[in-house]
Design a protein around this ligand. Structure first.
Ligand code: NDP
Length: 248
């Protein structure tokens, strides 16, 4: 499928995977809504995209706030007239052991990684149903198919994303001609681990980069382009992508 001229909303486009995917899709001629809370970071991404001849707009959005999401989607529709692709990428990972009772962090993960996906999906899906086409890509994780000590709530949120994606695919694929994909990366070099407040777990995560060559956001972008460019009758429903030397 030719992506040129399609319109995509990417949440969490201010850094890491979202930023990498935004830049790669812009090079394919996709018009982008760059959504996140840090508009200064989004401005840097926008400037780079525009320098390369791409088209995009900044959307200040907190995915946990339904009103902010509704306004952001309206802004994108106003700017580009339609929406074809949604990348539910925004996510956080402040992991900790259960018996440290970091309840605020558990709730934040549920709010961003689960409710955020529901908020954005419920705002965008009616548009895709109306036009009887579209593609929703959700960022799950290796933590959405395997269990890791210390990652209980995070794993729960990413298992949710994988389950939600596949059931959504069953319900809207044939009925509305909308493709759904869950992407489950292993370790990717981003700032995701910065928010871990548990010192031992943070160190453990940071040490992983000594044990393997992390994927780059660009590697995820390449796989996403493969998924998006597949002919319309092909839905890559799940993509599990790991560093070659990530054994577990
Ligand atoms: P980053 O921390 O670099 O990016 C996270 C993005 O999420 C930021 O752009 C941030 O933007 C955005 N975000 C966080 N909270 C909100 C919010 N409330 N509203 C809107 N946007 C928000 O991490 P990654 O790029 O690594 O993470 C992207 C996704 O990939 C996540 O869902 C993560 O779980 C998943 N993933 C990452 C892996 C990895 O190893 N890095 C592996 C597997 C999956 P801002 O702060 O500006 O709002």
């Amino acid at each position: 499928m030719n992506l040129s001229g399609k319109v995509a909303l990417i949440t969490g486009a201010s850094s890491g995977i979202g930023e990498g995917v935004a830049k790669a899709l812009a090079l394919k001629g996709v018009k982008l809504g760059l959504a996140a809370r840090r508009t200064d970071k989004l401005q840097l991404v926008l400037t780079e995209i525009q320098k390369q001849g791409g088209e995009a707009c900044i959307i200040e959005m907190d995915v946990t706030d339904k009103e902010s999401v509704t306004e952001g989607v309206a802004k994108l529709l106003n700017q580009f007239g339609s929406i074809d692709i949604l990348v539910n990428n925004a996510g956080i990972m402040p992991v900790s052991d259960i018996d440290t009772f970091k309840i605020d962090e558990w709730e934040k993960m549920v709010d961003v990684n689960i409710k955020g996906v529901l908020n954005v999906t419920s705002s965008v899906l009616p548009e895709l149903i109306k036009q009887k086409s579209g593609h929703i890509i959700n960022l799950s994780s290796i933590a959405g198919r395997k269990l890791f000590k210390g990652l209980s709530v995070y794993c729960g949120t990413k298992f949710f994303v994988a389950a939600f994606s596949d059931i959504m695919r069953m319900e809207i694929g044939k009925k509305h001609n909308i493709r759904v994909t869950s992407i489950q990366p292993g370790a990717v070099a981003t700032n995701l681990y910065d928010q871990i407040s548990d010192a031992a777990l943070k160190e453990g995560m940071e040490n992983l980069s000594n044990q393997m060559t992390f994927l780059s956001p660009n590697d995820i972008a390449d796989s996403m382009i493969y998924v998006l460019e597949a002919p319309n009758h092909v839905d890559v429903s799940e993509l599990f992508i790991l560093p070659t030397d990530q054994e577990w």
